[in-house]
Design a protein around this ligand. Structure first.
Ligand code: 26A
Length: 374
């Protein structure tokens, strides 16, 4: 509250209403950019490993962590001994790719989704760009000549659980200046919704989310954030606090919601945590914050303006489940694909559930060529 809200007339001629007039809400850029994501571009190095690899590197099955010195040799070991699959990753970019895939099926192919983040000047960075473009995502990467493109070790253990050990490298060197370049400003101004995974708080940090969030608050767009991992709730509380006033839609899964509740002294009941998050102060008084918590195969909850709505998930037969890695990212991609089209929460959640269900039937956060949603 309190922040002065400019109208879209300040930024004409970029914004047009569906009828061609310039208007403050449901802004649509004439070039059609609907969603901009900013986050850590990573190449996933995914392998099946025995339990002793987890023990050797002191990681717990299911953990999501930033690599420390003791993980330095992990990546070479994976490459040398465990025949990895290389899959384009990075939580934010995954969601943006899934959103582009869903939008394509809705007849909005090309130019609808864009992503910015920092990669190295190397083959892995080129591979990520190629994969994003092939998926219909326009990329505006910052390129760091000094550091390699970031990687995420995805350790699939015999219990079929995934442990993610991320070495950010170049992704960690993303700077706010990059958001101020003409290439990114063009996308930001053109966008209708901006999304970052909470992981981005570890690299770009609250200065970057504040720039993105303030832009959205000023121009009546939505800024969306994901908690992404329990460690963000536990150890990046200050960055989260600084970002939260700008957040129009907050996403998390049940574990992250509980971690946030515990860190704030709200307890771990997800509905309670959701309502508490709704009530945190907001920079723009334009619309109430909406909080969306997924719970795996259990119902998704949406909290907004004091009400909690529950959306059951259709169970997937066990034998069809391949890999839950990226399920949360896919849910967000599906959800945002309907949000940018101006649809309501029911349609957003339905699309989120569809996208997540597709992605868990495949390795990593990858999509089939065609999307049957419609
Ligand atoms: C800062 N960290 C830890 C991370 C990540 C991450 N993306 C951004 N920052 N750790 C894992 N991921 C990505 O999460 C996806 C699964 O949800 C992985 O690259 C993987 O594709």
């Amino acid at each position: 509250k309190g922040a002065k809200t400019r109208t879209s007339r300040d930024v004409a001629p970029n914004f047009y209403m569906a009828d061609g007039s310039v208007g403050p809400d449901h802004l649509v850029h004439k070039d059609g950019v609907l969603l901009l994501g900013v986050g850590n571009p990573l190449l996933d190095i995914s392998c099946k490993v025995p339990m002793d690899v987890l023990e050797k590197y002191g990681v717990k099955s299911g953990d999501i962590i930033l690599a420390e010195d003791r993980h330095a040799t992990l990546y070479d070991e994976l490459v040398a001994q465990y025949a990895p699959e290389y899959i384009a990753g990075g939580a934010t970019q995954n969601s943006i790719r899934v959103c582009a895939w869903m939008l394509k099926a809705a007849g909005r192919a090309g130019g609808a989704c864009a992503f910015a983040g920092c990669v190295g000047d190397d083959a892995n960075g080129a591979k990520l760009a190629e994969c994003a473009r092939a998926g219909g995502v326009e990329v505006a990467y910052q390129v760091d000549a000094e550091a390699p493109t970031g990687v995420c070790g995805v350790l699939v253990d015999p219990t079929n659980e995934r442990t993610l050990v991320t070495r950010l490298d170049a992704a960690n060197n993303f700077t706010k200046d990059h958001l101020e370049t003409a290439a990114v400003q063009k996308l930001l101004v053109a966008s209708k919704v901006v999304y970052s995974a909470g992981f981005f708080l570890t690299s770009g940090g609250p200065d970057c989310t504040a720039l993105l969030g303030q832009h959205c608050a000023d121009f009546g767009k939505r800024f969306c954030l994901n908690i992404s991992a329990p460690f963000i709730a536990q150890f990046f509380g200050e960055a989260l606090d600084a970002t939260m006033p700008f957040v129009d839609i907050l996403f998390a899964n049940e574990t992250e919601a509980a971690a946030l509740g515990e860190a704030r002294g709200w307890g771990s009941d997800v509905a309670t945590v959701a309502l508490k998050c709704c009530d945190l102060p907001k920079a723009s008084g334009r619309r109430a914050r909406c909080v969306v918590f997924t719970q795996g195969a259990d119902s998704t909850i949406v909290a907004c303006e004091g009400a909690v709505t529950t959306y059951p998930v259709t169970p997937l037969a066990k034998e069809l489940l391949v890999d839950t890695n990226g399920a949360g990212d896919a849910f967000v991609g599906g959800f945002l694909s309907r949000l940018v089209l101006g649809e309501g929460w029911d349609a957003c959640v339905k699309a989120g559930h569809y996208a997540a269900r597709e992605i868990i039937q495949r390795p990593g956060c990858t999509v089939p060529d065609t999307c049957g949603y419609g």
